[in-house]
Design a protein around this ligand. Sequence first.
Ligand SMILES: [Zn+2]
Length: 338
Amino acid sequence: MLRIKKARFHGIHIPELALGLDYSDTNVKSIVVSHAHADHIPRNRALSQESNPIEVYATPPTAALMRLRGFRAPIREIPFHTPITIRNFRLTFYPAGHILGSAMTFIESPVGNLLYTGDCKTPASPATEGFDFPKNTPVDQLIIEATFGLPIYRWKSNEELKAELIEFSQKSLDDGYTPIFLGYNLGKAQEMMHMLKDMPYTKQIHGAGFPLCKVYEDFGISLGNYQRYDRKTSEGCILFTPNSGLESGFASHIKKRKIAYCSGWASHEARRSQINADRLIPLSDHLDYFELMHFCEQLQPKKIYITHTPDPNVVLHELKSKGLDACYLDLAAQEEDA
Ligand SMILES: [Zn+2]
């Protein structure tokens, strides 16, 4: 088994392999970036030391998105299902279903293998390359996120969510309102645009999300007819923005508007008043509690490490009741051990 350390800033450190996963420290030789959300990308400053070159690995769509988001160091692009050998280990990316390019990382080393999910979703978001994992090799160690690791989180199917998005858009427009969908600029916005691609209305997206859409189209995900948000022509379009955009004046001139908040956190009714939303749509790009359990049971790893979870005891109790060996990868606990 490999020794797994939660990192000081964020990410995972595998000291025996001099490898970091979504990692920002410089005491490694290689860093894998699972996907292009900001909290998973290493900081440029960490990689700018010529005396200590660190190789960065990512899938081609993740590399393209990282560059658009300001990442400047070289990236070695590795397509899905294409094993490469790095020093004393082998690395293979599998699609994680979270956002375009998002990858689960499978590491095979002389002392065992490890699957790191990064952020993941099964069934996959329709605006991704799907969800897949190593099926011919038993997994020794699984590091999996459990952002929605409570049994109150059970998602509707992608088809039901798509129908709800279409219904909300159509009803709003029929009643003379402009529909506004709230969600992250990378991933969530494009997932919603993809679900609404066949509606005969122009979609406008917040300026920070607009350039990212081209990467989706370049990699074969159709987003239909869309434009950069333009205040002058936005009324009567279907609009996409993060909450922060709305707070800084996005569509503030439109009097007749209907707001849908689209997030796993929309499961909580309290969000309605916090965000002033007309509709809460629990559309998440993470797996729900039941899919998390199903995936772990299907994989039967020797050891499971849980990260990012609201209450570790809930997930650990359920996994242990299924006969699985699981622990919470906690920085505080690790420091106590040390
Ligand atoms: Zn993410």
